[in-house]
Design a protein around this ligand. Sequence first.
Ligand code: PEP
Length: 252
Amino acid sequence: MRKKALICGNWKLNHNLSQTKSMVEEVSQAIKNNELVEVVLAPVAPLLFAACDLAKNTSLKIAAQNVFYEQKGAFTGEWSVNHLTELGCSYAIVGHSERRQYFNDSDEGVGKKARACLDGNIKPIACLGETLEQRENGQVKKVLTRQLGAVLSQVKESDLENLVIAYEPVWAIGTSNTATSAQAQEAHSILRVLIADKFGPDRAESVHILYGGSVKWQNIKELMAQKDIDGALVGGASLTAESFLSIVEGSI
Ligand code: PEP
């Protein structure tokens, strides 16, 4: 049986307090009777408190867009997994390509963030994916092996059902150049096999592997029809309730 789809909207640095509140309300209301998709929204960090408060007692889950791996100390500007747990977050995106590009997130750091999340009952959505140059140089498998390896080195078999991997080819993020469903499936299959090599095929099946990169209502059905695509991480098309909900709808 196919596992429950997971659709996560990543708002990046968008939406103020009132936009956040009204979207959380609208989306949570719209998915009230939907048990087929796990729906997650990731607002900016300062608005997590408001979002979690509004999503409380609904089936909408809230994610942070980042988190640090230490629990406390002299780390100005950071927040910990414990803070997310206290707020009522369920997920944290780690290693998004924009964090890797602009904030120097390293493979090792992403692995440590994933570990910290798993230790604190926050499900990590660990992002990885190749650049256009790496794809053109035939390095997709090599890059995915390196990036996923850093996450899997921090993961135990018992963590797998709480682990989410998001394959996000950098060249497809915010560009309208969605990977074809065949390209996406090929990459997801590489990732699934790498997990299976370490933990066995049955356990590998329990990991949600999301696709991210210009997902919209027009392509979600075909992407979701692929064997190893279990959901989507959605940027631009998650910014209005109408557009996001059409993707949630299309993922079923
Ligand atoms: C993202 O930022 O994770 C993303 C997939 O963005 P977009 O959907 O806009 O390509």
